[in-house]
Design a protein around this ligand. Structure first.
Ligand code: BDR
Ligand code: CA
Length: 320
């Protein structure tokens, strides 16, 4: 798999799971500006991989800006450094010299040649993925599957209508959905309807903190304590990590295959994912109003405690 991230507290949780779960083979990580400016995202990503003893995974720096919008970060949520202001020492290893788009292309092509197509998991505004689709469509077509965090059928956060990743770069999301149709790449949308389901308590965080000093235990505990504190709660969501957990435990999530469009205009609705939940009565190929376009597996329900346990167990396993 490849992760595309804007690390980000919950992207950090996702990176930990992708690096540490024995069933997953993390081949590369690409970075985009989003939760924090790109240089912070890259530093945070390298830091997480080092803490998980995965400094060998190449990290590529990609788009600092959305295609059309001005960047608006979310450091008011994720901390001044974009990753919980934990005061960890900076990473010792460096970013890959390749641009993220080239790292994506080479990693996708290599996996395809091996006969095991890449599962691409974008957890950030999809600027890098849209650029890949436009620059190297033949490589985009070699992706086995895309599971992205973004959008929502019923729930929003950045505005009353839109989720942060899609709102940040609506054109990029639209480009990726269009390309997935053109190149027949299956897409799963892990959106806000399920995003807040898997949560870790402060008691869980205490248990993680006891596992190590500067490893996944301490990191996971620091991230979750920060977010609990930020939202004045005794628990916090692992957010983006749920999209990675879906690859390991697909039964924990109920999805429906539904038409999805991205709202690109609209005075109050720009960046909204329009999920057509009408009863199509098996007639999904018919598109009388032009709305049914990309047919996406939309995650609608999740067994939150089961997914949170998967994340915790993965870290506990390493700390043992
Ligand atoms: C998404 O936006 C960011 O805040 C999170 O990292 C997640 O990817 C949730 O809307
Ligand atoms: Ca993210």
């Amino acid at each position: 798999m490849i992760l595309d991230v804007d690390t980000g507290v919950d992207d950090a949780c996702a990176l930990m799971l992708a690096a540490l779960h024995p069933d997953l083979d993390l081949r590369a990580v690409t970075c985009a500006g989003g939760n924090a400016p790109l240089p912070d995202v890259v530093r945070n990503t390298l830091t997480v991989l080092e803490a998980c003893d995965h400094a060998h995974v190449p990290v590529g720096a990609g788009a600092s800006h959305p295609l059309l919008e001005r960047p608006v970060d979310a450091r008011h949520v994720h901390g001044d450094d974009g990753m919980a202001d934990l005061g960890w020492p900076g990473p010792k290893h460096a970013v890959d010299p390749r641009h993220a788009i080239d790292l994506l292309r080479e990693t996708i092509d290599a996996a395809h040649a091996e006969g095991t197509p890449i599962t691409l998991v974008p957890l950030a505004p999809m600027t890098n993925i849209a650029l890949l689709a436009r620059m190297y469509p033949e490589s985009f077509a070699r992706i086995g599957r895309i599971v992205f965090m973004g959008g929502g059928a019923m729930v929003s956060n950045a505005t009353a209508a839109a989720e942060f990743n899609v709102f940040h770069d609506p054109e990029a999301t639209a480009v990726v959905l269009d390309a997935s149709v053109d190149h027949d790449v299956p897409v799963t949308m892990y959106g806000l309807d399920v995003f807040y389901g898997p949560q870790v308590t402060l008691a869980d965080a205490d248990e993680l903190a006891a596992l190590d000093e500067r490893g996944p235990g301490a990191l996971g505990a620091g991230l979750m304590r920060f977010m609990s504190h930020r939202f004045d709660s005794d628990r916090a969501t692992i957010g983006d990590a749920g999209a990675v957990a879906m690859l390991v435990d697909p039964e924990a999530v109920r999805s429906e295959r539904l038409p999805v469009r991205v709202e690109l205009s609209g005075t109050w609705t720009r960046g909204r994912t329009i999920v057509d939940t009408r009863d199509w009565s098996g007639d999904m190929e018919h598109d009388p109003h032009g709305l049914a376009h990309a047919h996406v597996d939309v995650a609608l329900e999740i067994d939150g405690p089961r997914v949170a346990k998967l994340w915790l167990d993965t870290i506990r396993q390493v700390g043992r």
